[in-house]
Design a protein around this ligand. Structure first.
Ligand SMILES: Nc1ncnc2c1ncn2[C@@H]1O[C@H](COP(=O)(O)OP(=O)(O)OP(=O)(O)O)[C@@H](O)[C@H]1O
Length: 356
């Protein structure tokens, strides 16, 4: 990771007896595009608001560039939050909306004008400065909301579900726009999202949260390829889970038997974890191989769905469970038909041993 820039050390936030954020420690590097990812209510907004200074932690510290900012109010921190576009002032034009925060800070008029025109140029808003928010498209409103946050020249930009209001195509376009801007400006972005695709697309690293805690932190690749638990694996896409009967550790690998299936299987252990309690062997659907014969678990194609780019096979295997296999549509193969007898198998490095 890059240099430690923003450090959260043992941060908690309790509301009465309810703990929304529970003892989180994180190091975020300068220039990172960092995502807080988790389901509704897991505490990601509360954590972001503590970084911003809108909430005070009940325990722990926030250190930015070596300075403890835990008790500093939001307007005195070098952070700024981008709010959803519906928070724009409807009666002010784009230029005035962007300038609003700078006026509040009592900057000189010439300084305000030059900053507004600079940010308008970066966000391609020059032609729209006289318009009111109601005269803009959703995507344009979003850019104004972003301009309003960036014009204050924060060192860390905080974004809480910034693209939630956009339709799918615009959302993808705006994700790329955000990535471009983040690189161009060299700023640190911290984004809150419950959308795993979004987090995977934009982030240098992701923190996956559940019930006020961080379960795993890593690059999109690392968390997808080597999740530390069943929960993380399922949250970041699809995963086949085979019930484990017995597990025997051999270094960073495990020898396994699986419920209702003959023979021995092997899996990797996620780094730094020794899963306990109920265990599963996990294989991603795109790593699942289907063949007509040879070694593997026998099964029958139960259902096929075709999504254009991919074929999704549901295979009923010999212990009665359903296995999902995804195949890229290369156009040159007919694939399998419903009712075909197949064997399913995977390369050993595609399998992980996971606990709850
Ligand atoms: N001011 C408050 N008083 C009491 N409880 C709160 C307060 N703010 C948040 N909470 C609770 O803390 C928990 C975490 O809320 P938070 O908004 O951080 O979740 P989130 O992960 O951002 O969810 P969402 O994606 O739905 O916004 C929730 O159960 C919420 O009800």
């Amino acid at each position: 990771m890059q240099n430690q820039y923003l450090t959260l050390d043992g941060i908690s936030k309790a509301y009465g007896i309810f703990t929304a954020v529970d003892n989180i420690s994180l190091d975020i590097g300068k220039g990172e595009f960092f995502s807080l990812l988790g389901p509704s209510g897991c505490g990601k907004s509360t954590l972001l608001r503590m970084i911003a200074g809108f909430e005070t932690p009940t325990a722990g510290t926030v250190v930015l560039e070596g300075a403890d900012v835990t008790e500093l109010p939001a307007n005195r921190r070098p952070t700024n939050m981008m709010f959803q576009s519906y928070a724009l002032f409807p009666h002010l034009n784009v230029a005035r909306n962007i300038a609003f925060g700078l006026k509040q800070d009592r900057l000189a008029r010439a300084e305000i004008e030059s900053r507004v025109s600079e940010v308008a140029r970066k966000l391609q808003l020059q032609q729209l400065l006289e318009r009111k928010p109601s005269q803009l498209s959703g995507g344009q409103r979003q850019r104004v909301a972003l301009a309003r946050a960036l014009v204050k020249r924060p060192k860390v930009l905080l974004l809480d579900e910034p693209l939630g209001a956009l339709d799918k195509n615009l959302r993808i376009e705006t994700q790329h726009e955000l990535m471009r801007l983040q690189k161009e400006l060299g700023l640190t972005f911290i984004i809150v999202t419950h959308d795993q695709h979004e987090a995977m697309t934009v982030s240098s690293r992701i923190a996956i949260m559940q019930s006020g805690r961080v379960l795993q932190v890593g690059t999109p690749d690392a968390v997808y390829e080597a999740p530390v638990s069943r929960y993380v694996a399922k949250f970041l896409g699809e995963a086949n889970m085979f019930d484990v009967d017995t597990a025997q550790r051999e270094g960073d690998r495990v020898r396994l038997t699986l419920t209702g299936l003959e023979g021995q299987f092997a899996a990797k252990l996620p780094t730094g974890v020794s899963p306990e309690g109920k265990l599963w062997l996990s294989v991603r659907p795109e790593r699942m191989e289907l063949a007509t014969s040879g070694a593997g678990i026998p099964g029958v194609i139960d259902d096929i769905s075709y999504t254009g780019a991919q074929r999704h096979y549901r295979v009923r295997i010999s212990n009665g469970a359903i296995v999902d296999a995804l195949k890229v549509n290369t156009g040159d193969s007919q694939g399998f038909e419903r009712g075909d007898a197949v064997v399913v198998r995977w390369l050993e490095d595609a399998a992980y041993l996971l606990g709850e």
